[in-house]
Design a binder for this molecule. Structure first.
Ligand code: E4P
Length: 214
């Protein structure tokens, strides 16, 4: 499973790259707003830190305006992926961008039917938001399983990015399902390594090591 960082924070992205486990980035308007800096230069910087796919979301509503934004963002760097919301306009944008070989990540996916239509329109990725479904007492991972089954039924090559991940269990469940990508906040990345037995084990080894005479 590829691991993307779900952040627009440059310091987090640099740290993630140092750990050697990050394959890409997803951003969204809320994550960008948190950084309080100019949008295009920020995206340009992110694309230089992360060699893998960098999702950048369009914010216009009409098809032509979304395509204009997409072209501007795609021109920033070869690894920019255009994030498009799932709706009728979004489908047309995905179709057009796909015919121009611009990669897309269809976002805010909350149903199998949305994912299937996005894939048929030519999406490179679909992003089901598991955490937001769990937040309203649904089962986000069940949606991921269902999308994976339907894509498998028809040999669709659109990849699933499990998004809106809230904790390490989501990450593990995504891997068990065989999702292509999990996009995770930086805090979840650090939580993935925590285990009390590892911490205890290290403490004991170091204590015993102090008794060794050199
Ligand atoms: C994914 O592409 C989104 O940026 C993100 O995962 C949304 O997560 P949230 O529901 O925690 O905002």
């Amino acid at each position: 499973m590829k691991i993307f960082l779900d952040t627009a924070n440059v310091a987090e992205l640099r740290k993630g790259m140092d750990y050697g486990v990050i394959d890409g980035v997803t951003t969204n308007p809320s994550l960008i707003a948190r950084e309080k800096c100019e949008f295009i230069p920020l995206i340009r910087e992110i694309t230089t830190i992360i060699p893998g796919p960098v999702s950048v979301e369009v914010t216009a509503s009409s098809v032509s305006a979304m395509i204009a934004q997409a072209e501007e963002y795609a021109a920033i760097a070869d690894n920019v992926v255009i994030k498009v919301p799932i709706n009728l306009e979004g489908l047309q944008v995905v179709k057009t961008l796909s015919s121009r070989s611009i990669k897309t990540n269809v976002t805010l996916i909350f149903s199998v039917s949305q994912a299937l239509l996005a894939a048929k329109a030519g999406a490179t990725y679909v992003s089901p938001f598991v955490g937001r479904i769990d937040d309203i007492s649904g089962d986000g991972m069940e949606l991921v399983e269902d999308i994976a089954m339907v894509f498998g039924n028809y040999g669709l090559t659109t990849e699933i990015i499990v998004a809106s991940i809230r904790h390490p269990l989501h990450f593990v469940q995504a891997a068990k399902i065989g999702a292509a990508v999990a996009t995770i906040p930086f805090t979840t990345l650090t939580q993935l390594l925590h285990h009390p037995l590892t911490a205890n084990g290290m403490e004991r080894f170091l204590k015993d090591w102090e008794k060794v005479k050199s």
